[in-house]
Design a protein around this ligand. Structure first.
Ligand code: NAD
Ligand code: ZN
Length: 357
């Protein structure tokens, strides 16, 4: 299947399905000038699994280079950014060259940032290999990390195309699948009640995510992301709703420490938290009980690890980009499919946090 993404700066297609990566030659042919050089950026795990296949698909008339990063968040560094740029210059890439990001969100983010700045910007194509990348590969946010903050150095830079080969997901470890699935559920909850109902009926557990259902989840998730981003490419307003569950989620990631909780697990817990807070403000909303049942089925956490103090979590929440002059702003829900940004007082947050142990 295909989802079209229309933003102010660019229009492009996301092709989803088993074998979608085989469309690469076709996509390259649509470019005005055929690139003479292509740089594939990937990580060591993905390289072993899929790099040969992608390289073999590219026409012999084109020189293909690859740069393999160690897998993991640590690779989104200045050092690697610099090394890739040096590599690209040494190999003679020019303004007509193309960068291909083959991997999860880490690879997509750094590869996209490299592409956005190499010779003031060259074309790039996303070939996502994780479920979480249904979120990261669409929307055009690209970045590396700074020691003072995650994703602090980056750009808005859209790819030419996204080739989402769902057969690649089959090798993904369970924890990574669950992490990505949390963002799928998020996209349903904030925007698409019908899709949320579908998840409830069709996904009794993560094991039920066969290729067909996975494809549908990716398609619907990307549709939500595409619709939100198309009306607010550079995050002036509406795009903030994509942060549902993330104010607490990011705080938990920070408070648990590196590797302590996956992004998706943090977001899932954060969505439960935001939903309960929403229920206090919107009496007609009655969802958190149902979410708790679903969370058990999906293996998402619904409790905060003991030993982590609510005050510490609150302080991390205040560092959120959405908070203004020390006041926490969270995305809260009015009804399934409809959320909005609200300021939430500290004491309300502390009290609610206390009930999550
Ligand atoms: P990741 O890229 O680190 O991938 C997770 C792990 O899975 C890695 O070890 C990787 O080697 C491995 N892997 C990838 N594909 C595989 C496959 N098919 N089979 C087996 N193993 C595979 O992490 P991620 O969860 O995809 O992405 C997280 C990153 O995405 C974070 O840096 C986050 O900041 C970023 N992100 C960006 C956006 C955005 O809009 N740009 C949105 C959300 C997240
Ligand atoms: Zn997220």
């Amino acid at each position: 299947s295909e989802v079209k993404v229309k933003t102010e700066s660019k229009e492009y297609s996301v092709h989803i399905g088993p074998g979608a990566s085989e469309m690469l030659p076709e996509v390259l042919k649509t470019f005005n000038k055929a690139p003479k050089t292509i740089l594939i950026i990937t990580d060591d795990v993905v390289a072993k699994l899929y790099l040969d296949k992608i390289e073999a698909a590219i026409d012999q008339s084109c020189t293909v280079h690859h740069f393999i990063l160690p897998n993991g968040e640590g690779s989104k560094s200045f050092q690697n950014y610099y090394e890739i740029q040096s590599f690209a210059l040494e190999k003679g890439l020019d303004r007509n060259s193309v960068v291909i990001a083959l991997g999860g969100g880490v690879v997509g983010d750094i590869a996209g940032f490299v592409a956005s700045t190499f010779m003031r910007g060259i074309k790039f194509i996303q070939i996502p290999t994780t479920l979480l990348a249904h979120d990261s590969a669409v929307g055009g946010k690209v970045a590396i990390n700074h020691p003072l903050g995650k994703n602090m150095i980056g750009a808005f830079y859209q790819p030419e195309a996204v080739l989402y080969d769902t057969s690649f997901i089959s090798t993904l470890p369970e924890g990574e699948l669950r992490s990505g699935f949390a963002e799928v559920v998020k996209h349903a909850l904030i925007w698409d009640k019908g899709f949320y109902e579908w998840i409830k009926e069709n996904i009794p557990s993560l094991e039920a995510l066969d290729e067909e259902r996975l494809m549908y989840c990716i398609e619907k998730g990307i549709q939500t992301k595409a619709e939100v981003v198309s009306s607010d490419e550079t995050e002036q307003g509406l795009r903030a709703i994509l942060n549902y569950g993330h104010t607490l989620g990011h705080a938990l990631e920070a408070a648990y420490g590196y590797g302590g909780i996956s992004h998706g697990d943090g977001v899932a817990l954060g969505m439960l938290f935001a939903t309960e807070l929403s229920e206090e403000l919107v009496p007609s909303l009655d969802l958190s009980k149902e979410l708790r049942t679903l969370w058990k089925k999906f293996g998402f956490p619904s409790k905060i690890k003991p030993g982590i103090h609510p005050e510490d979590i609150l302080n991390w929440m205040k560092k959120d980009k959405k908070s203004k002059s020390g006041h926490i702003h969270m995305v809260l829900m009015q009804e399934v499919g409809k959320v909005l940004l609200e300021s939430v007082p500290d004491d309300v947050i502390i009290k609610k946090l206390a009930s999550f142990y």
